[in-house]
Design a protein around this ligand. Structure first.
Ligand SMILES: NC(=O)C1=CN([C@@H]2O[C@H](COP(=O)(O)OP(=O)(O)OC[C@H]3O[C@@H](n4cnc5c(N)ncnc54)[C@H](O)[C@@H]3O)[C@@H](O)[C@H]2O)C=CC1
Ligand SMILES: O=C(O)[C@H]1O[C@H](OP(=O)(O)OP(=O)(O)OC[C@H]2O[C@@H](n3ccc(=O)[nH]c3=O)[C@H](O)[C@@H]2O)[C@H](O)[C@@H](O)[C@@H]1O
Length: 434
């Protein structure tokens, strides 16, 4: 099989398919990425991925190329895992990479093949691509299926090898049969395998991410109310989370969601609903987005408040740049956004992230970068915890007390024990907690 696009999703999918026993050819237009993967080096940080890549590159089961023609000749099943980012200045998804896979692959498909979309796309895309595939492919035995992906960064390998469900949108029994073979190991282990049509498969993905985003913004809205009343949002989340219908997971209030998926997916969903004339059905997502973005401003305000009204001329130590722990991904990262805003307001900001210094520096070269939490906090008038890496949450306050200018910490992820820091003489502030 082949995997088009070897980013966070595609590289993981390719390595995991090799682990399941398939011969896999990864395809990317980025020559540097392909060169790195060929040498067994993952060009981003994802726990557990590199050993898997190295194992299967070494055995020859996993190879990489930049040639779509080579891929067409090699594969019977072709997965599409390319990016679908937000279009510049718009909410809609940019589908040019998905389109370009079909344009470059289809003309070479001269025998039976199944093209399987995994990228997150607006509903209706699969139908359109299926028509284009039929137009371009020399063989009439070429078909499309849609198989959305639900993996989380930081747990990508685990989620791919042991998914909690598999969803396939198919147009024929043959496509279903092929996908049952591809996922035979997970199906045998009891993973629910849901077979549906194209639009349902596409919608399952954006509905799931919209629900997750809504859950986070719901608790962050409660955090705003807690801040106005002196209530404690963490206790509130624990208490409502005991109701199994609600559930405690994804109710962590704080700086809100970012990354290459939730923000762009809810925006693309609103844009697509608008095109379909049903925008009213998802106008609540506008509020979900607005609540989320307000959290970033709230942390900046809190820093200003703690610093006596202005951040101008102050030194701020920032712990975390990635959009979440166990990842080096800084796409739409709330942490980096806050660090950038504080710098714009005149603070000298020094950032440390265990894995994301490099990716952060590439998009935000003007911030200061440190090699450790202690170095980032040195001379700081306030320290901000913006990404809850275990390295930070397990930190002893005494590790920083000798280096900071002032013992002040803002815990924007509600990840530290307030009593521990206060007892050690720190001014501790967090979001939605007194
Ligand atoms: N990152 C994640 O955790 C998840 C991502 N998704 C979805 O998967 C898709 C990919 O996301 P990421 O892997 O994060 O993006 P990414 O940006 O890390 O990777 C995309 C890759 O596609 C390559 N590419 C672009 N055009 C190509 C072409 N014509 N042929 C071959 N390769 C090409 C790029 O060079 C890049 O390496 C998106 O639609 C995303 O919403 C879905 C579930 C999880
Ligand atoms: O479509 C995708 O790409 C993926 O998007 C998310 O996965 P991911 O973006 O890797 O990360 P999450 O763990 O969902 O976290 C997203 C953001 O929400 C924030 N978050 C999460 C949970 C929470 O309780 N509170 C909270 O603020 C995180 O800090 C992070 O910024 C979904 O969880 C995956 O199922 C989905 O496949």
């Amino acid at each position: 099989m082949t995997v088009f696009g070897t980013g966070y999703l595609g590289a993981t999918h390719a390595a995991c398919m090799a682990e399941l026993g398939f011969e896999v050819l990864g395809v990317d237009v980025d020559e540097a990425k392909v060169a790195s993967l060929r040498e067994g080096r993952v060009p981003f940080y994802e726990p557990d991925l590199e050993p898997l890549l190295q194992k299967h590159v070494a055995s020859g089961a996993l190879r990489f190329t930049t040639s779509a023609e080579e891929a067409a000749a090699f594969g019977d099943v072709h997965f599409v895992c390319v990016g679908t980012p937000q279009r510049k200045g718009e909410h809609a998804a940019d589908l040019r990479f998905v389109d370009s896979v079909i344009e470059s692959l289809a003309p070479h498909l001269d025998r039976e093949a199944l093209v399987v979309g995994k990228s997150t796309v607006p509903v209706g895309t699969a139908q359109r691509l299926a028509a284009r595939l039929a137009e371009l492919a020399p063989s009439d035995q070429v078909e499309l299926a849609w198989n959305p992906e639900f993996l989380r960064e930081g747990f990508a390998v685990e989620d791919t090898l042991r998914p909690d469900r598999l969803v396939v949108g198919v147009a024929s029994e043959r496509a279903e049969k092929v996908l049952r073979e591809v996922y035979a190991t997970a199906i045998a282990a009891g993973t629910p395998f849901l077979v549906t049509d194209f639009p349902t498969a596409e919608l399952v993905k954006v509905a799931a991410n919209s629900f997750l985003a809504t859950k986070i913004s719901f608790i962050n809205a409660m955090a705003e109310i807690c801040e106005a009343t002196g209530a404690d949002v963490t206790m509130l989340a624990d208490a409502i989370g005991h109701d199994a219908r609600i559930g405690r997971r994804f109710l962590n209030a704080g700086l809100g969601f970012g990354g290459g998926c939730l923000p762009k997916d809810i925006r693309a969903f609103m844009a697509r609903a608008g095109e379909l004339g049903v925008d009213q059905a998802v106008t609540f997502l506008r509020e979900v987005d607005a609540i989320n973005m307000r959290r970033r401003g709230r942390v900046v305000d809190l820093a200003r408040e703690v610093l006596g009204g202005s951040v101008l001329g102050t030194r701020i130590g920032v712990l975390g740049a990635a959009f979440k722990p166990n990842s080096d991904d800084v796409r739409d990262s709330p942490a980096l956004n806050v660090a950038g805003q504080l710098q714009l307001q005149g603070a000298a900001v020094t950032v440390y992230d265990p894995k994301a210094n490099g990716t952060a520096r590439a998009v935000f070269p003007t911030l200061g970068y440190a090699e450790s939490a202690v170095e980032a906090a040195t001379g700081a008038d306030v320290v901000l915890l913006l990404t809850e890496w275990a390295e930070f949450t397990q930190m002893d306050p005494s590790a920083l007390e000798g280096v900071v200018a002032q013992r002040r910490i803002i815990d924007a992820r509600n990840a530290l024990d307030p009593a521990r820091w206060r007892d050690a003489g720190w001014t501790y502030r967090s979001l939605g907690r007194p």
